[in-house]
Ligand binder design. Structure first.
Ligand SMILES: *Cc1c(COP(=O)(O)O)cnc(C)c1O
Length: 371
């Protein structure tokens, strides 16, 4: 097939209507209130909480600072059990808090933490579990909570991929002690950069809001060594407008995901993930596994796509536990992370975003099915 002229990237951000955004900007220019819990910030927090079906949202300047602050909120220390199959920010946030990550293997299909392997990793120093809802597919939350309750551990979900995901009609963000979201440009819901912590009671929300503003409780009271992680008014206004179209965007993602699934049915060596019963998915990513019975290796297919101007991404390869900062940890031993090693070696995430055209989907599919 001929190389297409215009590249197709793994994702493309959806942006709000420019005219509507300009109206908001004019209002901001008029009022000259740019950050520190302005009116758009307040309105966005309220509407977002309603939209997500959660009690409390605290907006952040990005997901990484939200996670760093979530760990501070609950004073997590010592060792934390987490996954090597994620974006580096998950583990870096632990590192920035002086916490030792303890890597646990993942399930061989969805790539989420293998709950059955967690107990054997618990030590007297373990204080929490930080799982990731990888690709937006929920972790086995109830099983995990039973373990956390038994051992007195906190759970902070890295839900960066899980905007809008529900289990039996309940937001996945309502599980665990805290969850964090990312609104980075590459995510399902974007505010250019941005993020949030979701919590379930007013006291915790207060503490989070102190921590994201240097620890200030009022003009003269600093209650904790906080950080600066506030979202500004421009991004809050932008986020408010995004809420108008996000449901439609997720429906468009779903249609694309189902087109891919249909076309890869029966293609030898390529497997897709099935929807999980009772789960409302957000189709944030479209991972395929390139198995050994496919005509090319995973990296050969990745390069072939690239040679044709299609930029899939190998999320998540390499494993976090293979990076220099972490590979010396006892839990980074690949023998104990065999499912993670296998999935990292066979995954490619294909382009998926609301504007991806029929023609572009066909082009990508044909490169893979060799039609
Ligand atoms: C994107 C992402 C983050 C970081 O979010 P930012 O908003 O980019 O800081 C954290 N964890 C996971 C799993 C992510 O995909």
């Amino acid at each position: 097939m001929e190389k297409r002229e215009k590249p197709i990237l793994v994702t493309q951000p959806t942006m709000p209507d420019l005219g509507e955004f300009v109206e908001k900007l004019e209002d901001i220019w008029e009022n000259k209130w740019l950050t520190n819990n302005g009116k758009y910030h307040q309105e966005f927090e309220d509407k977002l909480a309603k939209h997500l079906g959660v009690k409390y949202v605290s907006l952040f300047s990005n997901g990484t600072l939200a996670l760093i602050t979530a760990l501070q909120t609950l004073r997590i220390s010592g060792e934390v059990i987490t996954t090597p199959y994620t974006f580096v920010a998950t583990t870096h946030a632990l590192h920035w808090n002086g916490i030792t990550p303890v890597f646990c293997d993942i399930d061989p299909v969805y790539g989420n933490l293998d709950i059955d392997k967690i107990e054997s990793l618990i030590t007297p120093k373990t204080t929490a579990i930080v799982p990731v809802h990888v690709y937006g597919n929920p972790v086995e939350v109830e099983k995990l909570e039973r373990i956390a309750d038994t051992y007195g551990l906190k759970i902070i979900y890295d839900a960066a991929h899980a905007f809008g995901v529900e289990i039996n009609g309940q937001s996945v963000l309502n599980y665990g002690d805290l969850s964090i979201l990312s609104f980075h440009a590459t995510k399902t819901f974007n505010t250019i950069e941005g993020g949030a912590i979701i919590c379930h009671d007013e006291g915790t929300k207060k503490r989070i809001d102190f921590l994201k503003n240097f620890g200030f409780a009022d003009e003269t009271t600093v209650v904790a060594p906080g950080i600066n992680a506030k979202m500004n008014e421009l991004q809050s206004a932008y986020g408010l407008l995004q809420l108008n179209t996000i449901d439609k965007q997720i429906q468009q993602r779903k249609d694309i995901a189902y087109k891919y699934k249909e076309k890869f049915k029966g293609v030898e060596g390529i497997s897709c993930l099935k929807d999980i019963e009772g789960v409302k998915h957000n189709y944030a990513y479209f991972p395929i596994y390139v198995n050994s019975d496919y005509t090319l290796s995973r990296d050969e297919l990745y390069e072939k796509l690239k040679d044709h101007n299609v930029y899939g991404r190998r999320y998540f390869y390499p494993l976090i536990s293979d990076f220099p900062t972490y590979k010396g940890l006892p839990s980074a031993n690949r023998n104990n992370l065999q499912n993670a090693v296998k999935i990292a070696d066979k995954v490619i995430c294909l382009p998926i975003y609301p504007n991806l055209s029929e023609e572009e989907i066909s082009y990508i599919v044909k490169l893979i099915t060799n039609e």
